[in-house]
Design a protein around this ligand. Structure first.
Ligand SMILES: C[S@@+](CC[C@H](N)C(=O)[O-])C[C@H]1O[C@@H](n2cnc3c(N)ncnc32)[C@H](O)[C@@H]1O
Length: 136
């Protein structure tokens, strides 16, 4: 059995009671974020929590001046829903519109059970990330 099959089988037999992704989604492309959300769904025991942090913004919210300063580069394919701090190295810091991350979460068949806004956005320096509790 290939290693990846053994890992999948172990996860199937022993689903996780907690998944923690702290300061991970702030470094993921949209494709990788979608992938890891699907993996969280697969690994997580029903009724158990996944704690995920992210930089979220509302494109029509008052925070956008701060968001544009902190994440000046729009992902051209995302219609403004994904922004990067650095064009040269997009995964240095990634921000998602709340609607975009919620779409990815829903497509992964997870639900947002709780969301705690971080200090971010709207001020400098960025001192906290938004925290989401996910489950299924
Ligand atoms: C800011 S660090 C956070 C580390 C740790 N979770 C913490 O809170 O101290 C970002 C982490 O994301 C990981 N990372 C970045 N891109 C990744 C990817 N595409 N797949 C898996 N891990 C990734 C890095 O290896 C790094 O450990």
């Amino acid at each position: 059995m290939a290693l990846i099959d053994s890992v999948h089988e172990a996860v199937r037999q022993h689903p996780a009671d907690l998944v923690l992704a702290k300061s991970l989604f702030t470094h993921l492309t949209r494709e990788d974020a979608a992938h890891y959300l699907r993996e969280i769904r697969r690994a997580l025991r029903p009724g158990s929590p996944a704690v995920v942090t992210a930089f979220l913004f509302d494109p029509s919210g008052p925070e956008m001046a701060g968001v544009r300063r902190a994440f000046p580069h729009e992902d051209s394919r995302s219609g403004g829903r994904v922004r990067y701090r650095s064009r040269r190295r997009p995964t240095a810091a990634v921000a998602y519109s709340r609607a975009e991350l919620e779409d990815l979460i829903e497509r992964a068949r997870l639900r947002v059970q709780w969301l705690r806004p971080g200090y971010y956005p709207g001020g400098e320096p960025i001192t906290g990330q938004d925290t989401l509790l996910l489950g299924h």
